[in-house]
Design a protein around this ligand. Structure first.
Ligand SMILES: Nc1ncnc2c1ncn2[C@@H]1O[C@H](COP(=O)(O)OP(=O)(O)OP(=O)(O)O)[C@@H](O)[C@H]1O
Length: 143
């Protein structure tokens, strides 16, 4: 299946913050600086969208079912983890410069392929192929 990263505006608006009483939310600060909220029902919030359940997971990441809080539009959001040199290198202090360079090249290639597939998906218009609206690149994730 082609990646179907329907993405949403990731910024948390002030209206999001005002909507629920603080006691109903758990605010989470992620490593990439973004924040999300988790209500008691374990729904996550991403910008103006509420993520209610995980639709599935593939080799690159997972897909969440999301609903726009105002318009009620329902869509799928695909969340892919980005590779970071510190985590993709093998453990141990005696990693050779060649190994580091090779891993960096692999990581860059993966990132380029991800962006290429997303760019192609955004051009697709077909009744039987799930299209893609937007892609957002964050420090640790592609959404
Ligand atoms: N638009 C969508 N609507 C509903 N469910 C979806 C949608 N996109 C993906 N899924 C679900 O999420 C799962 C993972 O999708 P994803 O695109 O990440 O991986 P895949 O293409 O199935 O596998 P891989 O990436 O390993 O080839 C799918 O198998 C499907 O169950």
């Amino acid at each position: 299946m082609l990646p179907q990263a329907y993405s949403t505006s990731p910024q948390t608006s002030s209206s999001d913050r005002d909507r629920q009483p603080m006691s109903d939310q758990k605010h989470r600060q992620h490593r990439d600086g973004s924040t999300s909220k988790q209500s008691r029902s374990t729904n996550k919030v991403l910008g103006d969208y509420t993520l209610t359940k995980t639709l599935g997971a593939g080799s690159m990441g997972k897909v969440e079912f999301a609903t726009h809080d105002v318009a009620g539009e329902r869509l799928a959001i695909k969340i892919l983890s980005r590779v970071h040199p510190s985590t993709s290198l093998p453990n141990g202090s005696n990693v050779s410069p060649e190994a580091i360079a090779k891993q960096a090249s692999k990581d860059a290639s993966k990132e380029i392929r991800t962006i290429r597939v997303a760019a192609l998906s955004m051009l697709l218009r077909h009744p039987y192929i799930c299209g893609m609206r937007e892609m957002i690149i964050r420090q640790h994730h592609v959404i």
